[in-house]
Design a protein around this ligand. Sequence first.
Ligand code: IPE
Ligand code: IPE
Ligand code: MG
Length: 243
Amino acid sequence: MKKSINGHELEIPNHVAIIMDGNGRWAKKRFLPRNMGHVEGAKTVEQICEDAWDLGIKYLTVYAFSTENWKRPKSEVDALMNLLNKYLVDSIERTSKNNMRVRVIGDKSKLSEDLQANIANLEKASSVNDGLQFTIALNYGSRDEITRAIKNIANDVKAGIVNPEDIDESYISSRLDTFDIPDPDIMIRTSGEERLSNWMLWQLAYAEFYFTDCLWPDFNKDELIKAIEYYNCRDRRYGGVKG
Ligand code: IPE
Ligand code: IPE
Ligand code: MG
């Protein structure tokens, strides 16, 4: 989809995936506790969902909590889980107003029962919405996701649902947590780190990567437009040749 932004005709990526990083450093710079950075980061998430839809983005996926983030101090993990829980509850009303659908990917079975119930509620309540398709990765790790998919595929073979020779890339994709969303076109990571930290290894095979020093709580519509402008400067060849 093309859209005119600041006087320029830009191709809008269909699916944007974001590693929201730098909440802790944002707080540290202000001599605030790390958790305040997460509170501000959560506000940025709400705003960026509106901005993304406004710019014509259909799918937005954010990395909220990784399988490795359990290594953080219990007080920080608890604060993050509380914040996520509040976000899920508050989102019921918001998503019905703005027609946004929310999905959660990652291993939900390791989350508290409370959180699991709130996820199920929100996913169900927003499932009919056809506006922004917003996905939150929670207790998500790409290697964990692929491991779970392989176990499921092995069980499919055992149950006679699929023959090993019929397992192709699309079958594997269909067994990942992202089975009903397309692959991202662009991956954004804030805070200056340039690594994937176990994020969507399969799905990002042909995505463009955009790194910015901007810390997540400072990320806004202008920063998102900069990423889209960068995306428009890329020549996506997918292994082929272009004139
Ligand atoms: C990202 O910010 C949020 C989560 C990982 C939950 P960080 O908490 O990683 O912030 P920094 O990297 O320490 O600044
Ligand atoms: C990646 O950020 C995970 C999320 C943003 C949820 P981290 O801050 O946890 O990653 P590392 O430790 O820098 O690799
Ligand atoms: Mg970090």
